[in-house]
Ligand binder design. Structure first.
Ligand SMILES: *[C@@H]1O[C@H](CO)[C@@H](O)[C@H](O)[C@H]1NC(C)=O
Ligand SMILES: *[C@@H]1O[C@H](CO)[C@@H](O)[C@H](O)[C@H]1NC(C)=O
Ligand SMILES: *[C@@H]1O[C@H](CO)[C@@H](O)[C@H](O)[C@H]1NC(C)=O
Ligand SMILES: [Fe+2]
Length: 664
């Protein structure tokens, strides 16, 4: 019949001692299992093993190559990374050319996998599969994965996660990112048992000098954290740019009047006027209202649910003009104003940043990027077979999330983990906050153009997150659209794609609640939805991850827990009191060490819309990649050009710094 060549991938650990059995499956028949690793054939890294194949009867068209590994007695049972198999069939008649077919593998195989089928042929929708055997193989593969990859409830009402008890259950294909060792923890390490308040700002400065000084943004934060313009700056260009929204009506539970705010508005204008012109913005932490706060070092801590009004002035600065720390107005819930005694106003802003930290970490970061990626990964593995074009497009963006999220649930978010031991939102807070936030998270908030318009931040001249987010969304959307158009010949094909609809149902059943599509009618709807997923896993994660240490290093700018309740009257705090609100020395250092750890770049960093998977080297795919990569490069250049003009550059969404997936 001809010959076969098995390729082992080149990485140093890609080889195995195991034996490999292989069968060819054709439209009319199949070969018996052939042992590839006999004689002197070994599955060494970067090697090729060739064997001759004889078939007794005709196979017909060659459809699948079925692989099976068998451990070799006396040798360790190692995983094997196979890049693919080539089958060369001799021509039919005398003198006709041999014909070579490539069966891509590009993944790890294990002895416990049993039979593993490789397809030749292109990606396609189930409905377009021409060979009955390939349809069956798709079905078998999904049934197998649905048994292996199951849903588990993490927090009631929030997107679900993967149901495994140990990382090894994920297998080598879903479990591999590594990060480099954390570096500057040395000087934060020795405070593990100092469970008392900081004695002075100068103690904080000392710690900062040893550990945060080399971070230029953090140094800027330390110099300017008390200034109102910089408070406003952080709402737009800081680590949580997702909450600020324009408001044309005052919230009914914020009893401010035009007279109260007159001193902070232009002389020839009024609150009504500014509201109408769209110059008034709001931060509302309602989601924190009444949630239980953590007990840290045996001390009760406190959370608030502030409302903060900001004004966009004629110099283009966004300045806070009123802060109320709790949702329900009343005599014990004063509205703090910039004209209040300095310590009152500063403390009110610190409370807002304390609330913002909780929302940033748990909602903007964990829920909207990490959990979103995992939700998508589990649904994709269960419902879109590997031959489905969207399976191949999405997996590189989501597959790292299972491991990293499993780790987060087992450490950061678990008993004795970071949140339990050091953050205002502890283990009692987490479920309440996550389920509330999930219920509020609508489809529109996740789609960048809709979200920016709804929040009225798209027109702000200096909202760099918004500007960059929009450009990246557009580039990814164009790329996804061309990918979708390559495989769906029209909207009909979308409506008839049963795998796609099972996938959407799985996502909706186990994740989304609020205004998400229930069904896809058009290619454009699919493209938007897939863009939303890719954006959330890559760019959004970069925006909220990259910046966290920068803005949190100077502790008073970002108090992760508050040791005293929110003030109920004005004029009661002094500068010395302010320290007594901040978390203890050892809790502070614990948080800084964790943020440092999270800030290490991944070793196998892959930038947005770059793919290592062999399937992307296909000609049609390569053309689409070249286009999107060129567009992202242009965005990157434009951002670099803009940033070179800025005192404070906004670099977080520069495409070459955006990782393709949630890997940390
Ligand atoms: C802080 O120190 C106390 C007392 O030594 C200890 O019980 C607690 O676990 C420490 N907290 C952290 C976050 O290290
Ligand atoms: C956003 O950041 C830029 C500098 O990076 C700054 O010039 C601008 O004032 C900021 N916007 C606001 C409203 O603070
Ligand atoms: C997370 O942010 C840090 C900077 O704070 C950066 O060094 C790191 O590469 C980022 N990681 C990812 C995966 O984006
Ligand atoms: Fe992260």
């Amino acid at each position: 019949l001809g010959g076969m060549t098995v390729h082992t991938s080149p990485g140093p650990t890609c080889g195995t001692f195991s034996h490999l059995w292989l069968r060819l499956i054709g439209s009319q028949g199949e070969t018996p299992p052939i042992c590839v690793t006999k004689d002197n054939n070994h599955l060494l890294p970067g090697s090729t093993c060739s064997v001759q194949v004889q078939a007794r009867s005709s196979l017909g068209r060659l459809i699948l190559v079925r692989l099976r590994l068998e451990a070799q007695t006396g040798f360790p049972n190692l995983d094997w990374h196979c890049s693919g198999v080539e089958v060369c069939r001799l021509g039919k008649g005398q003198g006709s050319d041999p014909e070579t077919q490539v069966f891509l593998c590009d993944r790890w195989l294990q002895v416990t996998d049993g039979d593993m089928d490789l397809r030749s042929g292109k990606l396609c929708l189930l409905e377009e599969e021409t060979e009955e055997k390939l349809k069956e193989q798709r079905l078998r593969q999904l049934q197998h994965l649905q048994q292996l990859i199951r849903w588990r409830i993490f927090v009631d009402g929030a997107p679900q996660c993967v149901d495994v008890n140990s990382l090894s259950e994920l297998g080598p294909n879903l479990c591999y990112t590594q990060k480099s060792a954390a570096t500057n923890l040395y000087y934060l390490n020795g405070f593990a048992t100092r469970a008392e308040s900081w004695r002075s700002f100068s103690e904080l400065e000392t710690i900062f000098t040893y550990s945060g000084q080399q971070n230029s943004v953090a140094t800027f934060v330390k110099a300017h954290w008390m200034e109102d313009w910089y408070f406003g700056y952080q709402c737009l260009n800081g680590s949580n740019p997702l909450l600020l929204r324009q408001t044309r009506l005052l919230p009914p539970n914020l009893p401010v009047t035009s007279d109260m705010l007159r001193p902070f508005l232009p002389e020839d204008s009024s609150l009504e006027n500014e509201l109408q012109k769209g110059n008034i913005y709001l931060l509302d932490y309602e989601v924190l209202d009444g949630v239980p706060a953590n007990v840290i070092n045996e001390k009760q801590t406190y959370l608030s649910a502030p409302l903060c009004l900001l004004h966009l002035n004629r110099q283009g600065q966004l300045l806070p003009i009123a802060i109320q720390l709790q949702q329900k107005p009343g005599p014990q819930n004063p509205v703090f104003l910039p004209s209040d005694p300095g310590c009152d106003w500063l403390l009110a802003k610190m409370w807002v940043h304390n609330a913002d930290f909780q929302c940033h970490q748990l909602i903007s970061h964990y829920l909207r990027t990490h959990m979103m990626a995992e939700l998508c990964c589990v649904a994709t593995l269960r419902q879109l077979s590997e031959a489905h074009p969207l399976h191949q497009l999405l997996m590189p963006h989501v597959k790292t999330s299972l491991k990293i999220n499993f780790g987060a649930r087992a450490s950061l978010l678990a008993s004795k983990g970071l949140f339990d031991q050091a953050v205002g939102s502890g283990l009692m807070t987490l479920p309440v906050l996550m389920s509330r936030a999930s219920a509020k998270m609508s489809y529109r908030t996740l789609c960048v153009p809709d979200d920016l318009t709804d929040r009225g931040v798209d027109k702000l001249p200096q909202s760099y997150y918004a500007q960059d987010a929009r450009r990246i969304w557009d580039a990814v959307y164009r790329f996804v659209t061309s990918w979708v158009d390559l495989y769906y010949r029209g909207d009909d094909a979308v409506q008839h794609d049963s795998e796609l609809h099972h996938w959407l149902t799985d996502l909706n059943t186990h994740g989304f609640t609020n205004g998400f599509p229930q069904c896809f009618h058009t290619r454009a709807e699919v493209s938007k939805f897939v863009t939303m997923l890719i954006y959330s896993c890559s760019a959004l994660h970069a925006a909220v991850n990259f910046s966290q240490l920068d803005f949190a290093f100077w502790v008073p700018n970002c108090p992760v827990a508050m040791l005293r309740p929110p003030p109920q009257v004005k004029g009661a705090v002094t500068e010395d009191d302010i320290m007594s609100f901040l978390p203890d020395v050892n809790t502070t250092c614990r948080v800084l060490m964790a943020l440092n750890g999270l800030s290490q770049p991944a070793i196998n960093f892959i930038p947005l819309c770059h793919y290592k998977e062999a399937i992307f080297r296909d000609d049609a795919h390569r053309r689409l990649l070249e286009e999107v990569q060129a567009q992202l490069k242009a965005i990157s250049d434009a951002i670099a050009e803009r940033n070179s003009q800025l005192e404070l550059p906004y670099p977080y969404l520069s495409p070459e710094r955006i990782e393709n997936s949630v890997a940390i």
